[in-house]
Design a protein around this ligand. Structure first.
Ligand code: KG4
Ligand code: ZN
Length: 358
């Protein structure tokens, strides 16, 4: 029997990162090349799909070359080509799919389709310890907010997801309301450091008592109304004072302290809602570990709150390093190893599926 490691080339282009990576045996990262488009989208305050697809087309060749060169293995040693086929922006997904299909055909290697959000749930095992299953997985990013129950890297069930905005989208929109710039997560996190998370009372939307779905649009609107004032409301000075720091002043009228308090209060509510939903999912799944992935997992308040929650629940919390929290192809190649072992390969007619499937 061969003792050679299984090498998989992963390709990721579902949103605004073009990424290629080579991973050995589903864990060890030989290369992890990422070209981010954040600067291209900044002036629009969010990802513009058409701009994203064009940028992927320009980046995919150089990113692929970088991943292969850094891995330092001849292409004949690559055992399979894995690609994100869902969910994501359709024009963006198609660029990665075309690249991966072309390579699989050219090199006569199997093609493996990967669900991007399932790969986030596996991300702590990339260059890390194996995951202790069953696990509850929380994916919080600019495009997704979802809870999963995972029995293995490839047996992953959707338990709940956002019914409106994703957590990262709420951060980006609140930063835009406060005129703090894009992307919103890091600036809110920074602004909130000196703020009081109890200063402004904002709604915690938990939906039905056993619901594992999320909703952040009411929270975003509450911040908007706090900053600009509730439309047509005639409040007494006492009522205005009771609303907390900065009420009705408009973004330009807010002082640094008021911004810090609003940012901290918003962030605190998001952290609280996420922790509550994780607790509910743990009750249902009875897992051995909790996994968190996605760009919003960088948030200091959310990390602290979820760490506390895991300690209370007596469970291991697996928070990957930032390189594997944000979009990358290493997690795609890593989870694909388990698909390859299970014989899950795709044909060259593999399609891009933009929506999230359970
Ligand atoms: O996973 P990611 O890089 O891309 C998507 O797949 O969407 O996540 C990007 C999101 C953005 O919405 C960004 O504002 C948010 O992650 N983010 C944060 C922080 N750093 C990035 N959100 C909260 N706190 C942070 N420190
Ligand atoms: Zn992602």
């Amino acid at each position: 029997m061969s003792t050679e490691r299984t090498l998989i080339l992963g390709v990721e282009s579902s949103c605004d990162e073009t990424a290629c990576a080579v991973v050995a045996d589903g864990r060890e990262v030989l290369s992890n090349a990422v070209a981010t488009q954040i600067d291209l989208h900044r002036r629009f305050g969010g990802v513009v799909p058409e701009v994203a697809s064009r940028a992927h087309i320009e980046a995919i060749g150089p990113v692929l070359d970088e991943a292969l060169a850094t891995a330092g293995v001849p292409v004949e040693r690559i055992d399979a080509v894995a690609v994100t086929s869902q969910p994501g922006l359709v024009g963006s997904l198609l660029v990665g799919l075309m690249a991966a299909k072309t390579l699989a055909w050219l090199w006569s290697k199997p093609l493996i389709a990967v669900n991007h959000v399932h790969a986030h749930v596996y991300s702590p095992a990339v260059d890390g310890e194996p995951i202790d299953y069953p696990a509850v997985g929380l994916v919080i990013s600019g495009g997704h907010t979802a809870l999963y129950g995972a029995r293995s890297p490839i047996d992953v069930t959707l338990l709940g997801q956002t019914i409106d905005d994703a957590a990262g989208e709420a951060f980006d929109k609140v930063a835009s309301i406060l005129q703090l710039g894009y992307p919103g997560g890091p600036v809110i996190d920074r602004a909130a450091r000196s703020g009081d998370s109890k200063a402004v009372r904002l709604p915690r939307t938990l939906l039905a008592a056993d619901s594992l779905d999320f909703s952040f649009s009411g929270l975003k609107t509450a911040v908007l109304y706090h900053v600009n004032g509730v439309p047509n409301a005639r409040l007494t000075p006492e009522a205005i004072a009771a609303k907390g720091p900065g009420y009705g002043k408009g973004a330009e009228g807010l002082g640094e302290r008021e911004i810090a308090d609003i940012a901290a209060s918003f962030q605190g509510v998001v952290a609280d809602v996420l922790a509550t939903k994780v607790r509910r999912a743990v009750k249902r799944v009875r897992p051995r570990s909790i996994i968190v992935g996605g760009g919003v997992a960088a948030n200091s308040a959310i990390r602290a709150r979820l760490t506390d929650e895991a300690v209370k629940l007596g469970l291991t919390l697996r928070l990957p390093p930032m390189t594997y929290c944000t979009d990358n192809a290493a997690m795609i190649a890593a989870v694909a190893y388990h698909h390859l072992q299970a014989g899950h390969t795709a044909g060259l007619d593999l399609e891009a599926t933009p929506t999230m499937r359970p």
